[in-house]
Design a protein around this ligand. Structure first.
Ligand SMILES: [Zn+2]
Ligand SMILES: [Zn+2]
Length: 351
């Protein structure tokens, strides 16, 4: 089989010919039809994230090993099954849950494999979806897609969609809450659709781009604030009877956005940090106990969340927007375009 691999960080991807894996026991071999191109693939390719003071946090320090086939948003059809697999048959259309854990840590024990101590996530810690086939360690990580669901728009559900859904869940929204959604790109937009569908909260969308804010409004935002043109803090205070936001979900998560978020939190507010922009935060520590804020880091979602999400997608409540399609040998180009901000919706590789 062919796979587009990161052989060395920051060097062009290489399309290599690899042995097609044979599934054993409960493993399943998936013939990949669609593999989403995610921003964290760019980080895995570059080999680092930005930490405090611009210091790079290396992916190899987090246990990533190269050469690696990236790609964790994988949809395709069942091609071959291990002898212990139940409930799946050849040619069934499935979405793969990539946030696989080692199975024994406290997080895995309660079904939060996405937060495992020793993660084995596909496309990050083991070979993923920029390939013709992927070996999934167990059939329990497969979720069946409806016959009328196409794999291109379904693939991004397993990371982009799941991250948005996980963040909305972590915000613990109640019907009368005001929630500010910071950053209305792909993830922010899905969070707006999901918050609208599954909570009764009043949604305030915040971005620097008027066009994106208009789209946010069409997709369920009750109010919009352009934080480039107006005072974001004043804007939120006016929309919330001077109380502040009950929850903020920040899909940018840069020093500047989070510093602003901190200024419009209501007492007891939840600040959910999702974006991977990075940076640092200066915090008035006294405000933490006196105002009882909760700062929550949100990373993807559980397998159970993905089952729910696929069910919501079946009913067209959420639909990722696919804007660019690539062949396998264009994988490097896809990453470069994403890095340069040239992909508006989601890019998908069709191997
Ligand atoms: Zn991702
Ligand atoms: Zn674990």
């Amino acid at each position: 089989m062919k796979a587009a691999r990161i052989v060395k960080v920051n060097e062009p991807l290489q399309v290599q010919e690899l042995q097609t894996p044979k599934p054993k026991a409960s493993q399943v071999l998936i013939k990949i039809q669609s593999s989403g191109v995610c921003h964290s693939d760019v980080h895995v390719w570059e080999g680092y994230y930005e930490g405090i003071g611009g210091q790079p946090l290396k992916t190899t320090d987090r246990g990533v090993k190269y050469p690696l086939t990236p790609g964790h948003e994988i949809a395709g059809i069942v091609d071959n099954l291990g002898e212990q697999v139940e409930g799946f048959s050849k040619n069934e259309k499935v979405l793969v849950y990539p946030w696989i854990g080692e199975g024994m840590c406290p997080a895995c024990r309660v079904g939060e494999e996405n937060l495992c101590d020793k993660p084995r996530s596909l496309g990050i810690y083991s070979d993923g979806g920029y390939a013709q086939y992927v070996l999934v360690p167990s059939y329990k990580y497969l979720v069946k897609l409806g016959d009328d669901m196409d794999t291109d728009t379904s693939a991004p559900l397993s990371c982009a969609g799941l991250t948005a859904y996980g963040a909305v869940k972590n915000a613990s929204l109640k019907p009368d809450d005001n929630v500010v959604i910071v950053g209305t790109g792909g993830l922010g937009l899905m969070a707006i659709q999901l918050a609208k569908a599954v909570t009764g909260a009043n949604i305030i969308a915040m971005d620097l781009d008027d066009q994106k804010l208009e789209v946010a409004k069409k997709n369920g935002a009750n109010n919009i604030i352009n934080s480039k043109k107006e005072d974001a803090v004043k804007g939120v205070m006016e929309l919330t009877d001077k109380l502040g936001a009950d929850a903020v979900i920040d899909f940018v998560n840069a020093s500047k956005t989070v510093e602003t978020d901190m200024q419009f939190l209501r007492r007891r507010a939840r600040l959910v940090l999702v974006g991977l922009f990075g940076g640092e935060l200066r915090l008035a520590l006294i405000a933490m106990p006196t105002r009882a804020y909760k700062i929550i880091g949100s990373y993807t979602g559980t397998l159970n969340d993905m089952v729910e999400l696929v069910s919501l997608a079946k009913r067209d409540i959420i639909k990722p927007v696919v804007s660019n399609r690539f062949k396998l040998d264009q994988a490097g180009e896809a990453l470069q375009m994403l890095k340069d901000g040239k992909i508006v919706g989601r890019g998908v590789i069709n191997p």
